[in-house]
Structure formats: structure tokens, C-alpha cells
Write a protein that binds this ligand. Sequence first.
Ligand code: LIP
Length: 255
Amino acid sequence: MDQVLALMREAASRMTGAACPAVSRKGRGNFVTQADLAVQEFLRGALQERFPDYGFFSEEQENQADFSRPVWILDPIDGTANFVAGYGHSAISLALYQEGAVSFGAVYNPFSGEMFHAGRGKGAFCNGAPIRAEHGAALPDALIELGTMPYYKDRAAEVGRLTEELLLAAGDIRRGGSAALAFCYTAAGRTGAMLEGLLQPWDYAAGLLIAEEAGAETGDWAGRPLDPRKQSAVLAADKRIFAEVLAIIQKIRKE
Ligand code: LIP
């Protein structure tokens, strides 16, 4: 899969350094830029040339995936609102789903130069160095990344309550604006956990494998295993604090 990582780095050249003008607006704060489309079209062409029998399921194209065959799952720019604003924290997220699971995942942030990747059963890496989901802090001192579901304003009160409870229970919270990178930061031990109430398959399929291969515990907000073919609420955490963070989520959900 080194060739796939090289293709992602080449695709990222289309994510110009400067803030990129929005092409169209899918909803409040939900944009599609020329760079999203350019990254998607480059990777679709390059992957179909090398893997002609594989399917392609991407955020910026109307499609339904046939998961009976291998399928690439792509978010061409995860953290698009950040990209439009020139915030410098966005990533290309690419996963390969085959034989009932994600077998390969990679998340590339061209602004930091960090390539996170994992193969099922082969570990997780950042720029080739092994990473472990070991934050090294108990919950009262932990950093927790909370995704705020900005496209779902009807859930803002719930996000507010999660913010309050997590601030009381943990050291502090963080919000980077890219779910794919949030999974990778937990995988690298930079945060003790990441959670978000609703993500699409392309937001999390790659990051989920990277976190699991780094030793994180993962699940939906009922604690069930995640199926990255479907949209879902997500939680990934250092094993030592997963249950405590899940309990906070479930307390809020019962209110
Ligand atoms: C975004 C995620 C972010 C989430 C947004 C959106 P996009 O992906 O990375 O964490 O809060 O709702 O899903 O739209 O930038 O590819």
C-alpha cells in the first residue's frame, strides 16, 4: 500500500496552501471546494487504474457502494470548513473496505506533513513510526476531543451538555474540526478520547482502523461495535478511560 500513500501525497498538492474559495454550500458551514473535487477526481482515476475491480465511495459524488466487492471509502478533504477558512487542520481520509471489514486506512494532513496509516493486524503508524493509543493520563487530567456536529444544529443543546460534563470530568476538551484527524490524535495518544454524535462513513472509516490498530477501544454511543459502512455516533478512547467517557455519553442521552 505504499503506492496508495504516495498517491495521497500527490493528491494533496491540490489542497493549496492558501484558503480555498468555496465552490458550493451543502448547508450551513458545509462546503464543497474546487480542491475537494480535484482530490477526489485524481484519486478516483489513479485508484481505478490500479484496482479496476474495486468500488469507489466518496463524499463528493452521488453513489451507493456495493460492499460485496472491495470498496475505497474517501473523504477528499475532511475538515472542509477549516480548509475554506485557511485553518491548517484538514486531511485526506482513505479506507479500503473488503471481506467484511476495513483492511487499510490512511489519513494525510498536508499542513502538518503527518501521514497516519494502518493495515488490519499490522499496527498503526505516523510517518512510519508506530503509534499507541496511550494518553498517559486518567480521566481527570485527560484531553478529550469533542466533535460538535456543526451540520446538525438541532443537537446543539446535547453538545452543550456533553461539553459541561466532559469539562467537569476531564482535564480539558479540544475540537479540531476533522473527525479523521481526531481519531488519529487519539491513536497517537495526543488525546485520551474522541467522540462525535453523527459521522458519515467517509469521515471515520480510515481513522477507526488506525485507532483500533493503535490499541484504542472503539464503539458507538451504546458501546456497540462500529460498522463503517453506515453513519454513526462514534467513540474511540485509550482503553483505560473508554468506559468512563461512555458512561458520560449515556448519562446525557438519558436526560
Ligand atoms: C466534518 C468532520 C467533522 C464534523 C463535521 C463534518 P467534512 O467532515 O470532519 O468532525 O464535525 O460534521 O462531518 O464535512 O469536513 O468532510
